[in-house]
Design a protein around this ligand. Structure first.
Ligand code: COA
Ligand code: HC5
Length: 630
């Protein structure tokens, strides 16, 4: 069974007409998606020497001179001794033979082989602006409209009418859009899999709704294939609500918060029972999950978004809403009775931007669509999913609760709406807003720690067929020079501005190189994985102190722009690190900073404040330095 799923996932990484979503009562435009995909270039393998040189340059601001010397030597041997060349040739062969030499590897290494819990460690959350409603009618009306909006978006996927996205003037790969609905991660004992049912001949026509830890199958299409109206969905949601009033149910979904090996074992035990297996399958197959949450812990207006962020990331713990989820599900919309709303998504099938596009569409749809009364044909009661809880399963749930609550207490998230400016100010100074924010973050970190750290920023590789991401290393020689100079009383403002401009330009140049497939990190990963496949031992460059330091991202960051005024968040990737996600709007910036409470050296609120201060100080520096002199 697992073998089959692994193969099925392998297929998911290829562009074939069979991987297209089957439409439901829509006009299909044959081959449009396929033709687009085939027009995209293949991900290149960068030249070996270029990567080695750029790697050394990237190490410079984050490692000691002594370590750098050693690495220089190792890289020299790697290039001249034949090993590097051999691995490079092998990688180039793979690139010729596959649609994308990286994508299957990346899915496996970055996600499916990763054994930490998906919550906090992998799945990002999105917080939407707080809604007006404050009762269950409002909650369900909102949920009904939201589901209707998701179906509207799904129609565009099904009939291949989603507009092709662009970045830097280039068309982007659209494959990820076909992977986010009707899909789910499945835990394994050593490695996970992802299933996608959207291409099945009988594609799923239901969403999973969870309320009071009880799961329901809500059919969202009529028998003629037309989607239910908002009114119809609302009535069905009411039925679900009324038949799940008991609050003493076993929170079966909590199992999905466990580390993957433990969950894999519990999963095999859970699905031994036929009823349980069918219920789990119904969740996995569903288009998406909608979680109707109980209120979350109260928070002041100032802290609302920070509270909501953790509500999205883990549900608040076993006493709150964590049992009201199935965290393996690719998309789960979360709607609280108190007007809180957002989503969490399981990261393996897709990056943030397609998810955010979906949100933008749904939000726009909800703003325009009215509740139209439709002639009511009585619809059957949504099916409740049953679980038989054996003592062993009960024990697994109790164990999961314990681990979950430890993780919940450990995570600290601070959301800031930076009010002073957005993309407008950097643009008016002819600077890339993203580079501006990243340089400010380098300054913020430097001010706190007096050193630079390995910094990760996601860069999209979607210019290439089946592209996912590469790394922009935001700690550059130039950002370090600027951070050091900014607070130095001996450096003139003019010089500071020069250094700032240089740092911003260097960041933008790194970005351009990354999105064009010429960054270093995925190339180095490819060489390493090739070595694991082809050689008997790992080359020294991968066992080096510098390499370990370069992979230890104390700052893990990502920009995910959205039209909606929302904030995205994710956890740190190392125990002593930060997760920083931001959505720069025209005149303000939403950002979330996360850290672990168990680490004495990190503090999410402090870094968030330091970032605010750095942004303001840089703006002031630019304002104080007359333009004519620049
Ligand atoms: N002067 C004036 N304006 C400028 C400028 C300059 N020197 N440089 C850029 N701008 C403008 C751009 O034209 C753009 O305009 P718009 O707001 O009208 O679109 C805007 O500023 C933003 O550009 P910039 O801040 O440089 O960033 P970007 O949009 O090119 O994004 C990345 C940079 C790295 C975020 C992007 O390349 C990327 O890879 N995105 C995907 C990241 C991702 O996948 N994240 C999620 C991972 S799950
Ligand atoms: C809804 C916002 C999601 C952002 C998620 C994101 O940036 O994920 C990164 C994916 C990648 O391949 O770079 C990983 N990261 C969270 C560790 C930065």
């Amino acid at each position: 069974m697992l073998g089959f799923l692994v193969r099925a996932m392998g297929r998911a990484g290829m562009v074939k007409s069979s991987s297209l979503v089957r439409p439901v009562a829509v006009t299909k435009v044959p081959g449009r998606y396929l033709a687009h995909q085939e027009s995209l270039p293949k991900l290149p393998v960068p030249p070996l020497q270029q990567t080695c040189e750029r790697y050394l340059r990237a190490l410079e601001p984050i490692v000691e001179e002594e370590d750098l010397q050693h690495t220089r030597q190792l890289l020299e041997e790697f290039q001249t001794g034949g090993v590097g060349e051999r691995l490079q040739k092998s990688l180039e062969r793979k690139a010729r033979k596959t649609d994308n030499w990286l994508s299957d590897w990346w899915l496996q290494v970055a996600y499916l082989d990763y054994r930490m819990p998906v919550i906090v460690h992998s799945s990002p959350g999105v917080v939407l602006p707080r809604m007006e409603f404050n009762d269950r009618q409002g909650q369900m009306r909102f949920a009904a409209k939201l589901i209707s909006g998701v179906l509207d978006f799904k129609t565009m996927i099904d009939n291949e009418t989603l507009p092709v996205e662009h970045l830097g003037g280039q068309k982007l790969c659209m494959n990820q859009y076909y992977r986010v609905l009707s899909s789910c991660r499945i835990p394994g004992l050593k490695s996970d899999t992802v299933v996608n049912y959207s291409q099945d001949r009988r594609a799923p026509t239901h969403v999973t709704v969870v309320h009071n830890f009880q799961f329901f199958v809500l059919d969202v299409y009529n028998s003629d294939g037309t989607p239910l109206t908002v009114d119809q969905i609302y009535i069905q949601l009411e039925k679900i609500w009324n038949s799940s009033l008991q609050t003493n149910k076993e929170p079966i979904g909590i199992l999905t918060t466990q580390d993957r090996n433990t969950w894999g074992k519990a999963y095999n035990n859970l699905i031994k029972d036929r009823v349980n297996k069918e219920s789990v399958r119904a969740i996995q197959k569903s288009i998406c999950t909608v979680c109707l949450d109980a209120p979350m812990p109260r928070a002041s207006d100032d802290m609302y978004r920070s509270r909501a962020a953790v509500q999205m990331l883990h549900g608040g713990g076993s006493r709150w809403n964590s049992g009201n989820r199935w965290f393996d599900k690719t998309i789960q919309f979360i709607i609280g009775e108190d007007g809180s709303c957002g989503l969490i998504y399981e990261h393996a099938p897709a990056e943030g931007p397609p998810i955010v596009k979906l949100i933008d569409h749904v939000v726009e749809y909800m703003g325009t669509s009215e509740m139209v009364r439709t002639p009511m044909v009585p619809l059957p009661m949504p099916k409740k999913l049953r679980f038989n809880i054996t003592p062993e399963i009960k024990k697994d749930i109790e164990d999961a609760k314990q681990s979950l609550n430890i993780l919940v207490h450990d995570l600290d998230v601070r959301v800031i709406v930076f009010p002073h400016f957005g993309k407008n100010v950097p643009k008016s100074h002819k600077m890339s807003p993203d580079a501006f924010i990243q340089v400010a973050l380098q300054l913020a970190y430097y001010r706190m720690y007096k050193v630079c750290c390995a910094t990760y920023e996601s860069a999209s590789l979607r210019m290439f067929r089946l592209g996912r991401t590469d790394t922009i290393r935001s700690a550059t020689i130039d950002s370090a020079a600027f951070a050091k100079a900014m607070d130095s009383p001996t450096v003139q403002n003019m010089e500071k501005v020069n250094l700032l401009e240089k740092a911003v330009k260097a960041h933008r140049a790194y970005t351009d190189m990354a999105i064009r497939g010429q960054a270093i990190d995925r190339h180095l990963l490819g060489l390493k994985l090739t070595a694991i496949e082809d050689l008997t031992s790992l080359p020294d460059i991968f066992m080096d102190t510098s390499y370990a330091k370069a992979q230890h991202y104390n700052l893990s960051t990502s920009q995910v722009p959205a039209k909606t005024d929302c904030v995205m968040c994710f956890g740190p990737v190392v125990p002593d690190g930060y997760g920083v996600c931001y959505n720069p709007m025209d005149e303000h910036i939403n950002f979330a900073v996360s850290a672990f409470n168990s680490c004495a050296e990190t503090d999410a609120s402090r870094l968030a404040q330091s970032l605010e201060q750095a942004l303001v100080d840089i703006r002031d520096l630019l304002d104080q330095t007359p333009k004519a002199k620049l």
